[in-house]
Design a protein around this ligand. Sequence first.
Ligand SMILES: *Cc1c(COP(=O)(O)O)cnc(C)c1O
Length: 365
Amino acid sequence: MYKPDYLMMTPGPSIVRENVMKKRSEFFGNPDLDEDFFIFYDKLAEKTAKIFGCKKESMILMSGEGMVGLDSACASLTEPGDRVLVIENGLFGAGFADMVRPYGGVPVTLSFDTKRKIDIEKVKEFLEKDSNFKFATVVHCDTPTGVLNDVKEICRLLKSKGILTVVDTVAAIGGEEFNALEYGADIALGGSQKCFSAPPGITMLSVSSDAWKAIKGRKTPIASFYCNLSYWEDCVEKRLFPYTMPSSDLMGFDMAVDNMLEEGIENIVERHHKTAKMCRDGLKELGLKLYLEDDFSSTVTAFYVPEGFTVNEFIKRLKDEYKIFIGGSYGPYADKVLRIGHMGESAKTEYIERTLEAIKDMLGK
Ligand SMILES: *Cc1c(COP(=O)(O)O)cnc(C)c1O
C-alpha cells in the first residue's frame, strides 16, 4: 500500500484537508443520469467562477489534471496554419509551442529572461511590428522557477491588438490575485491539485465570449474529441456531458472550493503573500540563495541547492530524516534548484516554520 507519512511542501500537489478526503469517500450517485448531479455541477461551476472572476456560464470543469486544460485550450482554438504567439520566461510557457503544433498551429516564440517577469514594453514593441496572431499563450506563475508574470497587463495589451489570450494560471490562481473578466483573459485554466488543495484530477477553464466566438467560427473541425471544448458550452442545459464525470473528484473539489470561499479569496491571497515572504526571508537567513531576485510568486519559492549537497540528496534526507517533502526542478534547473511549495493548504506559517527548522538542522546551523 502507498501511504506517505511526510508533510507535503512540494509545488503541487499540495496538502488536502481532511473534509475534502472525507467527501471523496461518500457515495457518488450516477453523474450521467441523475438530474441532481447536473444541479450539483452547475452550482460548483458557479462557485468556481467566483474564484476565476468570471461568469458561471464561462466555467468548465473537466476530468484530467492541468495539462488537459492546456491541451483543450490549444486544441479548441488552433486551426491549421494559425499563428500563435508563445510568450515565455520558463518551461511551462515555452512548452505551449509543442501544444499548438500537433493541431497545425505555427508557434512564434517570444522569449524572456527566466529570472524576471515578462517585459511588457518589449511585448508592445514586438506587437508593433507583428500582431497577426490568432491567440497568444502566457503562464501566470511558471512553477519551475516560481516567477510571477503580470498577466493582467499582458492580457489587456493583447486584447487591444485583437489577439485572444490563453492564460495558464494553474500554479497561481487561489494564491495570487486573478480575475478573468477584469483582465480580459479569454481562456484561463487551473488544476485541482495546486492552490485549490484537492487531489489531482480536475482541470478548470474559464472561456470568454470572444473565445467561444472563435471556437464556433472555426472553418475546420477541432482535431480532438477529449479536448474539444465545444461539447461543454451548453452541457448543463442539454443534461449531457461528453463523458462520464469523475464524481468523487468533483465532490472532493466542491468541498475544497467551499473551504476557499469560506476563508475568502482576499484573505487567502494575503495568507500566501505572508507565508511566501516568510519562506524567502527564512531561507536567506540560513545563507541560502534564492533563484529569483524579484517577481516572486507567492505560491512557490525556488532556491539554489546548498554547497555539499546534490538536489536529490537534499530532498531525500529532508524526506527520510525530517519527514518533509519538497521539490527539485526541471530542465536547466534540474540539478541546481530546490523548490518549496506554499500553495493552498500548504501555505501555513507553521508548515513553513517546520520546513525551515528542518533545513537549518540539516545544514548543521
Ligand atoms: C502544475 C502545472 C501544470 C499542470 O501540470 P500537471 O500535469 O497537472 O501537474 C500546468 N502549468 C503549470 C504552470 C503548472 O504549475
